[in-house]
Design a protein around this ligand. Structure first.
Ligand code: PLP
Length: 410
């Protein structure tokens, strides 16, 4: 770009100004979580300001596992015994014993032969999808229109041909599969719980379509692992469909309360990804302390039917209370409770009002996370948001909606 004249700072400033003008410049709240007092936290309006106590309403630590005493104790024990880091990539430094055990336990949980961990759920999707779609000769990918950025990154990086089917639209998927050459290998990539609308994919019907056309199935269960099904193994497990998915992908960063990601599948598929994915090979492994925390969290999640029931109960109560108060709660069938605002500036200002005047922290959700004109507040009640907190939230939202004259029809 010759007209830039080497003035990179001016370019950065101009592009950021555009974001600000569009109302979608992102500001992250300075938050300090308080172990043992979930979902309370300290919020600092400036780095050296004194913290103010707020209630978090937008965490993906859906069951408060990030503060679970058994998880904390397991991590303290392993860090005392083995130290901090992994010491390198697995090619260089081997696999920590904790990670070996975690991968076996994740595979068993999903009823798969093997599992492989990555440094995040994003990396798991990028690495696995890019390798599968690139290394399977002539592969065509069929991707749900609402798939997460990490799946899109993997599909694009594979340079394979891909087609996007309308969100959760099995008829459209079938049409695209039927129109593709019979002899091309195919892969269908989708999610179970979609995290911005809270809707759920018709997994069985998608698997039927995939089976009819001989396609591999890749399911992102990031917003479902730990939360659905008899042992928390996800929506596919709840619907007894896990065996029909070639890959189940999950994160250790949300309901597990830690960080990291994984895929589970056949031993050969997992070995294939392990052997060919740069995003797996060339990066330092998860440290044993994270693996130990994930194992403790998994053990707790497997037995957490009580927490799961209370999670769903509080989400249902919140949806009901919002609707009764005339607020535009969107039609979610999961634990995710989005409230439509429909304008990026209003969304940002509403979130700021909630924080400043009501001690409620909800991060505004703007483009490109959601389509323009569908900006929203995404509420994530947990089992620890009791009825008093629920009432406070609904009253605060009513106040903000009145004050800002926000639309009330969803
Ligand atoms: C958060 C998210 C990811 C990425 O997981 P991380 O562990 O946070 O990197 C992948 N897929 C979906 C649908 C997500 O919402």
């Amino acid at each position: 770009m010759p007209e830039l004249g080497g003035d990179f700072q001016a370019l950065f400033a101009a592009r950021l100004a555009t974001l600000r003008n569009e109302g979608r410049y992102r500001v992250f709240a300075d938050i300090e979580r308080l172990a043992g007092r979930f979902p309370q936290a300290l919020y600092r309006p400036a780095p050296d300001a004194t913290g103010r106590e707020v209630t978090i309403w937008c965490s993906n630590d859906y069951l408060g596992q990030g503060q679970d005493a058994t998880v904390i104790a397991a991590m303290q024990d392993v860090i005392a015994r083995t130290g901090t880091g992994a010491g390198g990539t697995r090619n260089i430094s081997g696999t920590s014993h904790e990670l070996v055990q975690l991968e076996r336990e994740l595979a068993d949980w999903h009823g798969k032969e093997a599992a492989l961990t990555f440094t995040s759920g994003f990396v798991a999707n990028e690495a696995a999808l890019s390798v599968l779609a690139r290394q399977i000769p002539g592969c065509m990918v069929f991707s749900d229109a609402c798939n997460h950025a990490s799946m899109i990154a993997g599909i694009r990086n594979s340079r394979a041909e891909y087609q996007v089917f309308r969100h959760n639209d099995v008829a459209h998927l079938r049409e695209l599969l039927a129109a593709a050459p019979v002899d091309r290998p195919k892969l269908v990539a989708f999610e179970s719980v979609y995290s911005m609308d809270g809707d759920i994919a018709p997994i069985g019907a998608i698997c039927d379509a995939a089976a009819e056309f001989g396609a591999l199935t890749y399911l992102d269960e990031v917003h479902a692992v730990g939360l659905y099904g008899p042992t928390g193994a996800g929506i596919a497990a709840r619907e007894k469909l896990a065996h029909r998915l070639d890959v189940i992908q999950g994160t250790l960063g949300k309901a597990f309360g830690l960080m990291g990601g994984y895929i589970a599948g056949s031993a050969l598929l997992v070995d294939f990804v392990r052997s060919f994915a740069p995003g797996f090979i060339f990066t330092t492994a998860l440290p044993p302390v994270i693996a130990a925390g994930a194992r403790a969290s998994l053990a707790r999640l497997i037995a957490a039917d009580d927490l799961r029931a209370r999670h769903q109960a509080q989400a249902a109560k919140l949806k009901h209370a919002l609707a009764r108060a005339g607020l535009p709660v969107m039609p979610s069938v999961s634990h995710i409770v989005p409230v439509m605002v429909g304008n990026p500036d209003a969304c940002r200002i509403a979130a700021q009002h909630l924080l400043d005047r009501h001690a409620i922290y909800v991060q505004p959700i703007n483009f490109p996370t959601v389509p323009r004109g569908t900006e929203r507040l995404r509420l994530t009640p947990t089992p620890y948001h009791d009825d008093v907190l629920l009432r406070q939230l609904v009253l605060a939202l009513c106040d903000v909606w009145r004050e800002l004259h926000l639309p009330i029809a969803a």
